[in-house]
Design a protein around this ligand. Structure first.
Ligand code: NAP
Length: 252
């Protein structure tokens, strides 16, 4: 028996990057997955096909997590397809560089809308469904070590992730009585489109490697493995926790 056999998960922002890594890791454990991105593209369908080859089921639903109507539609369609929801991974996120003196109001608002309000909206509608089902559930928020320590030049991103980290603790308390656990994963540097430009810059890459004691950058599978752990029935006593998966960056 696989460890997430017949569970159903929504993984936001899962047509590529960390979200895709989580979706595939879940599917390998027998979980059916709702793949999501905010715009229609062929990558979403490719992730669905990959999951089906692993003998789990999947559907691709386009939804902008910062828009309440989209999120309601995402949850409604997911329940219509699979009949229930067991796991939500709030992974969708964006990063736009800028200090408080250079960032535009538009870029501030967009990062807070996707990275923090998106977590609120998805959690709201999925938790309502989980309470209705009466069998508990798992909420896993992909925050960042940028929510724990400061990183120069990405002010709104740090603020949004600090918000996700704290929201995780608050929602954990609200949901404990329903058997719904709420935890966050705080990745360090993971090789995805989000970090591509940084890793292509030799000086930034060197600085990031020097700050990652294990001597390698993370891969989406590293976060997928951590998410599987938090999604297990056996993890029911873990809630309100921030699981740092950063190759040692914040241990120094
Ligand atoms: P990525 O490769 O840029 O992928 C971002 C994903 O989010 C894409 O699937 C994208 O969909 C989706 N997305 C963006 N805006 C959305 C919206 N409004 N509604 C729905 N989906 C949306 O980024 P990543 O590196 O995998 O990051 C995933 C998460 O991990 C983010 O929350 C990020 O902050 C966090 N994180 C990443 C790192 C890292 O080193 N990579 C470190 C710490 C934390 P489209 O394809 O449609 O654009």
């Amino acid at each position: 028996m696989k460890r997430l056999q017949d569970k159903v998960a929504i993984v936001t922002g899962s047509d590529r990057g960390i979200g895709k890594g989580i979706a595939i890791a879940f599917a390998k454990e027998g979980c059916n997955v709702v793949v999501n991105s905010h715009k229609s593209n062929k990558e979403g369908g490719e992730v669905v096909n990959e999951i089906k080859k692993l003998v789990s089921d999947a559907i691709f639903i386009v939804a902008d997590v910062s828009k309440e109507r989209d999120v309601r539609n995402l949850v409604d369609k997911a329940v219509k397809k699979f009949g229930k929801l067991d796991i939500l991974v709030n992974n969708a996120g964006i990063l736009v560089s800028g200090t408080v003196t250079t960032l535009t109001e538009k870029d501030w608002d967009r990062q807070l809308d996707v990275n923090l309000k998106g977590v609120f909206l998805c959690t709201k509608y999925v938790v309502q469904q989980m309470i209705k089902q009466g069998k508990g559930g798992r909420i896993i928020n992909i925050s960042s070590i940028a929510g724990l320590v400061g990183f120069p030049g990405i002010s709104a991103y740090c603020a949004s992730k600090g918000g996700v980290t704290e929201l995780t603790r608050e929602v954990a308390l609200d949901c404990a009585k329903y058997g719904i656990t709420v935890n966050a994963i705080d990745p360090g540097v993971i090789v995805t489109d989000m970090t591509k430009t940084m890793l292509e810059d030799a000086a930034t890459r060197k600085m990031m490697m020097e700050n990652t004691p294990v001597g390698r950058f993370g891969q989406p599978e590293d976060i997928g493995n951590a998410a599987v752990f938090l999604a297990l029935d056996a993890s029911s006593f873990i809630t309100g926790h921030n699981l740092v998966v950063d190759g040692g960056w914040t241990a120094r």
